[in-house]
Design a protein around this ligand. Structure first.
Ligand SMILES: O=P(O)(O)OC[C@H]1O[C@H](O[C@H]2O[C@H](CO)[C@@H](O)[C@H](O)[C@H]2O)[C@H](O)[C@@H](O)[C@@H]1O
Length: 191
């Protein structure tokens, strides 16, 4: 990977959270940011003239909690929601996830190693503690998917996510690049 340029207000930086800012942990809530990361982010934010954003599959609440007291621009839930300047905007129609929760209920009861993460525009089924259950998790979600028109299945790291189809991290970055302070940048630098 080429060495990125030194950050200036002519650059914009988009950082993923899990596996980039935070090392992968056994469970979503068990991640711990290194003190250097928390210390460096405000400096980086200032050097970029504010054009630093987190682009993540996480919820906004998770990102704000992990980065507290820093509040950065964020596109969360794979682009379904974002906070660019003031206010939180949604890029996803509201879907009824109840059929998926119902389909998952017996699976979660029988396999307590599985972990369900509820989000505002979908859900994530984690099988990191039980990798042998991956196929069963996928089949259960694929079977439930037709009951929620407009939803799609995403594969992650030991996780299967069901989310509103349409929004993506790429679309979120394109949206940020049209607004200040990101639009000043010559080119986005994904991280
Ligand atoms: O877009 P990202 O910031 O990379 O987020 C992707 C998903 O990350 C989280 O799950 C992953 O990290 C967990 C903590 O290290 C790990 O336990 C899990 O196995 C990984 O899949 C998060 O929980 C999801 O909501 C994000 O979509």
């Amino acid at each position: 990977m080429p060495i990125p340029p030194l950050p200036t207000p002519r650059h914009a930086l988009f950082l993923d959270f899990d596996g980039t800012l935070a090392d992968i942990a056994d469970q979503p809530q068990a991640v711990q940011l290194r003190p250097q990361v928390l210390h460096t982010l405000p400096t980086l934010h200032a050097a970029l003239g504010g054009a630093l954003a987190i682009i993540t599959g996480r919820t906004l609440a998770d990102i704000d909690r992990f980065l507290s007291p820093l509040r950065l621009p964020v596109a969360c839930e794979h682009g379904a929601q974002y906070r660019l300047n003031a206010g939180i905007r949604s890029d996803a129609p509201v879907l009824d996830w109840e059929p998926v929760f119902s389909a998952l209920h017996p699976l979660l009861e029988h396999h307590p190693q599985l972990l369900l993460e509820a989000k505002s525009a979908g859900l994530a089924l984690h099988y990191r503690q039980a990798p042998h259950l991956e196929a069963l998790c996928r089949q259960t979600l694929q079977d439930a998917l037709p009951a929620v028109p407009g939803a799609e299945l995403l594969q992650g790291k030991c996780v299967l996510e069901i989310k509103t189809a349409g929004p993506t991290k790429g679309r979120a970055i394109a949206r940020f690049m049209q607004a200040a302070p990101f639009c000043r940048a010559l080119a986005p630098v994904p991280g």
